[in-house]
Write a protein that binds this ligand. Structure first.
Ligand code: SAM
Length: 415
């Protein structure tokens, strides 16, 4: 298996499985502060509904199935998911641990499963096993339905269309009315692989994916990394497969939402493997969240080059790039004025874009509010706040078009 070999190389490299304190590793700040956060943010209302419904039953517990679980990151994401709590509350967890009846994780890769068991195997309700979702949904005889069929980080792009349809048919039949499927794919029109964009979708269904992003720029060209095919997906392509699977399963597979994740901070934004215009944006955004480290702001700006013939994609990406850059520029202006001890920091330029207007306001208030504090206010406070403000821009200026590293669909099974 090509994918299995590539994941094994990444594990051996050390940065895939360990939480290395480094800005370029599997668990960098972008993964935690942007990607995990955004997935959890959009999934949360559905998990809230499930928790609420279970609370009304006679002690029924929550059941999660994580397909392509790797080292069990899905369990961590779900169990740490925060509810819509008030600031004054201490416990933010949405899912009480004693409410989880079962979390089942399957993966092809035994090395990852071993690490998953090391990390979470002590919990009675957690169970990891080897399984292959390319042959349909792996199930034991009489296995009860799950409330959530979860995938993460492009996992479903490992399937070809027939495999995916079969998986959706099996889930559709196995699930309860109201169960949720979180479908995580690789987005077709990410700026990271602009060279592969095409309007003739059948000509380029796959990206030959490389996990070379874990290596430093100077080592990247010298290492021999295996590649494997991942299905590039647009919302229309996902919907077509879902519709066909729903017909075959005799259920409705209702798309509740599509969202784009990592428009300019995907893993390949800085490799240039599939785009002639690489930029160190993921590293720079990760650096914003690193305490005690100042980020070089000019490298934080997006140099977006539109591709002719893709007006819709260019419009979304260009709007985000412009807003992103304006916010970085304004923050630099604010910092200069802060340094000159001016009484009043400059007000932002006028904009019709509400998300940008709000982000400007947040940055100005942050700098105003930090006057008089001790320490490296820039590294520890202003930069992190800029990271959150850029994340808000990304979240509010996308609409799930497949223009990012990840295209994620939230699907409800209706019976
Ligand atoms: C992108 S990784 C995601 C891993 C993990 N869920 C995470 O959040 O980091 C995809 C995972 O799917 C697994 N995988 C790929 N094809 C598979 C298949 N056909 N059946 C089961 N697992 C598979 C890989 O071994 C890998 O762990």
């Amino acid at each position: 298996m090509e994918a299995d070999k590539a994941y094994l190389e990444a594990i051996q490299h050390g940065r895939y499985s360990e939480k290395v304190k480094d800005l370029r590793c599997k668990y960098d700040h972008v993964r935690i502060q942007f990607e995990d956060f955004i997935t959890a943010f959009y999934l949360r209302p559905y998990v809230e509904d499930i928790v609420e419904a279970k609370a009304k039953t006679n002690g029924e517990g929550l059941r999660f199935y994580d397909l392509g679980c790797g080292t069990g990151d899905g369990y961590e994401l779900l169990s740490k998911m925060a509810g819509n709590t008030r600031l004054s509350e201490f416990d933010t967890r949405l899912i009480p641990q004693d409410m989880v009846e079962q979390y089942k994780g399957i993966d092809l890769n035994v090395a990852l499963l071993k690490e998953a068991r090391n990390l979470f195997g002590d919990y009675d309700h957690v169970n990891f096993c080897k399984g292959n979702f390319s042959n349909g949904l792996p199930l034991e005889e009489g296995e009860q339905p799950y409330d959530l069929y979860f995938t993460s980080y492009g996992t479903l792009s490992h399937c070809d269309d027939q495999e995916l349809e079969r998986l959706f048919v099996d889930i559709g039949k196995h699930a309860n009315n109201g169960s949720i499927i979180l479908c995580d794919f690789i987005g077709r029109y990410s700026y990271e692989w602009q060279n592969l964009w095409t309007n003739e979708l059948e000509k380029q269904p796959y990206i030959d994916y490389l996990i070379n992003y874990l290596y430093a720029e100077e080592d990247r060209d010298n290492v021999d990394v295996s590649s494997f095919p991942l299905r590039l997906m647009s919302p229309a392509e996902v919907s077509k497969i879902l519709e066909s699977a729903a017909r075959k399963a005799g259920v409705e597979l209702k798309v509740e939402k599509f969202f784009d994740r990592s428009l300019f901070v995907g893993r390949h934004i800085e490799t240039g493997t599939y785009n002639g215009n690489p930029q160190p944006l993921r590293l720079m955004v990760s650096s914003l969240f690193e305490r005690g480290l100042r980020t070089y702001f000019p490298d934080l700006k997006v140099r977006y080059k539109p591709k002719p013939g893709f007006d819709l994609q260019n419009k979304t990406l260009q709007t985000l790039a412009e807003s992103w850059n304006k916010l970085v520029d304004y923050t630099m202006v604010l910092m200069e004025h802060y340094d000159s001890d001016e009484e009043l920091l400059p007000y932002p330029p006028h904009t019709e874009l509400k998300p940008l207007e709000k982000a400007y306001r947040v940055m100005r208030q942050t700098l105003e509010g930090s006057k008089g504090l001790y320490g490296d206010i820039r590294a520890d406070l202003i930069e992190a706040q800029l990271g959150y403000a850029l994340r808000s821009l990304e979240m509010n200026l996308q609409s799930g078009q497949g223009v990012a590293h990840g295209l994620v669909g939230i699907v409800k099974v209706v019976k």
